[in-house]
Design a protein around this ligand. Sequence first.
Ligand code: NI
Length: 260
Amino acid sequence: MENIYIINTHTHVNMLKQNPVDDAVDDLKNQNMIGIVPSSTAEDIFEVDEFIKKYDNLYGYVGVFPEEVKGFTDKTLSDMENIIKNNPKIIGIGEIGLDYYWDKTFIDLQKEVFIKQIEFANAMNLPINIHCRDAHFETLNILKEHNKNSKAIMHCFSGSYEFAKECIKEGIYISLGGVVTFKNAKKTKEVAKNIPLEYLVLETDDPYLAPVPYRGKENKPSYVKYVAEEIASLRGILPEEVAQKTTQNALKIFPQINCI
Ligand code: NI
């Protein structure tokens, strides 16, 4: 891959149902794009590890998602460590964080596991990909207190421009996906328009949240280009500039991607 066009920092391409997975990855590759695939549970860290080995334009994260923390044990961390040591394409910890939207009965456990995984990322010297829903300031406060040396990305950023500025003050990157293309996503469009490009990265979070013109259909990783196009039009610049800048940012976060 000579010139990387876009780095999609969050794609669950392994979870596509309506589109064949191989085609979706080929599609990405043919357009000089790279995807990073997160894991969600203490079990699927192994699946992601195996899955990304099959494709040279895919990388991966290992981590346990907030809704899945009941399955997290001390063994999970040693499993993650083994995977990282044996697969140089595992380049971050994710998706990890806090989610108060669905079930608030185990918030304390969510926080405890989030902190353990931040400390683990710090020890491994790897970046973190953060899922945060209805828990913006608590997530940021935990990061301020516990994250010492890992670069961090707020995945599928859903906060206000004010909150984005608070994150950027801490050096945290803002990742935008298909939502920015939705007509009613005023808050996200404001973020896309105003944050410094140096802190922006792109994603799709497919198979969910397909951008316009595919809204409501199954999302695919290559649709990240529609995200870049929308952000470019909001900022009055060319999509190529958004692609180039966000790729530079992603390469700063994930220097291992250079060795494709
Ligand atoms: Ni996700």
